[in-house]
Write a new protein. Structure first.
Length: 324
C-alpha cells in the first residue's frame, strides 16, 4: 500500500508519534456518555451531538508558515441496528465527525490563495459488553499539508484527497484496509489485510477520542490501533493525567447558555513508535456523581500541526447530550 502523507490538518492525522515503552492490559470501560454510567447493553435511542470552535495558534517562523481561519468541528453519536460481518444483527454505536477549516500558506512574504480543508469520519463499534470492538470505519480527507524545507511558495504545500476505510471480522482478528487516492486519475483502491494480535485492548483510530471518555483518566492507560503511517498495528499511550478545570465561555450545554467551569482531567495521547513527533493534549470532563452532568465529554484539545507550524485548538461550544 502507498504510504499516506498525513496532513497537518488536525484530524487527518488524529494522533502524532512519539517513542516510548508501555505494557498493555485490557481497558475497563464505563458508559460515561450517559447519565447512568452503568448502562452496558441498553444503548438503543442514543443520540448526542457536540460542536466545537477551532482556532489556530501559529508558530514564529516567518519564512514558511500557515495561517488557519476559525473552523468548526462536530461529533455525533447514535445507536443503530446493524448487521455484523457474521450475519447476526446487533444494536451498535455509530460515531461520526466533521472538521471544516480554511487557511493560507506563506513563504518568504508570498501568500497562497485560500484553501478549504475538510475531514469527515464514521465508525461503527459495539457496546461495552463487547469492549467497544470496532466493526467498520471510513474517513474522507481533503487536506493541504506543509512540505519540509520548501524552495518556493508553490512547493511549500501539497494537496491530498483520499478515503481510508477499515473493515473488521467479528472476532477482531484482522482488519482489511482500503486506501483510495481521490486526487489521482483512475486510481485503483489499494487493499491491505492486517492481522490483529495484541495484548490488551484494540480500538479503531476513528473511535479513540470518543472511547477515552469511558476510561478512568486519573490513571495512565495503553491500547492498540492501526497507525495510518505505515499501516500497521501499534500501541498507544494515555499519559500524564492531571486534575484541572476547563473554562467554557458562553457555551450552550443541553440548552443552558452560560460560562462554565468544569472539573476535568488532562491527558496526553500518542503512538509508541520510533518516529518522533508531538502528542495531542486532551481535556475531558470528570464524572459527576449521580447525574453525570457533562457526560465525560471532550471539552478542549490541542493538536499540533505538522512541521511545528502551530497548534489547532478545539473548544466545546454546544452540546446536546443523550437523555439516557
Amino acid at each position: 500500500m502507498k504510504k499516506i502523507r498525513l496532513a497537518g490538518l488536525a484530524l487527518a492525522a488524529p494522533l502524532c508519534l512519539l517513542c516510548a515503552c508501555t505494557t498493555q492490559s485490557s481497558l475497563s470501560f464505563s458508559a460515561n456518555w450517559y447519565s447512568d454510567t452503568a448502562l452496558i447493553e441498553n444503548i438503543s435511542d442514543t443520540y448526542e451531538h457536540l460542536e466545537y470552535a477551532v482556532t489556530f495558534r501559529g508558530s514564529e517562523d516567518e519564512t514558511h508558515s500557515v495561517d488557519y481561519d476559525d473552523g468548526t468541528y462536530s461529533t455525533t453519536l447514535r445507536s443503530e441496528l446493524y448487521k455484523l460481518p457474521d450475519g447476526t444483527s446487533e444494536t451498535v454505536y455509530v460515531y461520526s465527525t466533521e472538521l471544516s477549516i480554511t487557511g493560507r500558506y506563506t513563504y518568504n512574504g508570498e501568500t497562497s490563495e485560500t484553501f478549504e480543508d475538510s475531514v469527515t469520519s464514521e465508525v461503527v463499534f459495539r457496546n461495552i459488553k463487547n469492549r467497544l470492538a470496532p466493526v467498520h470505519s471510513l474517513k474522507t480527507v481533503k487536506s493541504t499539508s506543509p512540505v519540509t524545507n520548501p524552495d518556493s511558495l508553490e512547493n511549500s504545500f501539497l494537496e491530498y484527497r483520499y478515503t481510508y476505510e477499515v473493515s473488521y471480522d467479528v472476532n477482531l482478528t484482522q482488519a482489511t484496509v482500503v486506501y483510495t487516492d481521490l486526487a489521482a486519475e483512475n486510481a485503483e483502491p489499494k487493499e491491505t489485510v492486517i492481522p490483529i494480535s495484541v495484548q490488551g485492548s484494540y480500538l479503531d483510530n476513528e473511535q479513540i477520542l470518543f472511547a477515552l471518555r469511558g476510561l478512568d483518566l486519573s490513571m495512565e492507560a495503553s491500547f492498540s490501533s492501526i497507525n495510518p503511517v505505515g499501516t500497521k498495528v501499534e500501541s498507544l499511550s494515555v499519559a500524564s493525567p492531571a486534575s484541572t478545570t476547563v473554562s467554557l465561555k458562553n457555551a450552550d450545554l443541553n440548552g443552558t447558555v452560560k460560562d462554565y467551569e468544569i472539573d476535568a482531567y488532562s491527558v496526553t495521547l500518542y503512538y509508541n513508535s520510533t518516529l518522533a513527533g508531538s502528542a495531542q493534549t486532551l481535556y475531558y470532563a470528570q464524572t459527576v456523581p449521580s447525574s453525570n452532568t457533562y457526560r465525560n465529554a471532550l471539552l478542549y484539545m490541542e493538536v499540533p500541526v505538522m512541521n511545528e507550524m502551530g497548534t489547532l485548538c478545539y473548544s466545546l461550544v454546544k452540546a446536546q447530550f443523550t437523555s439516557k
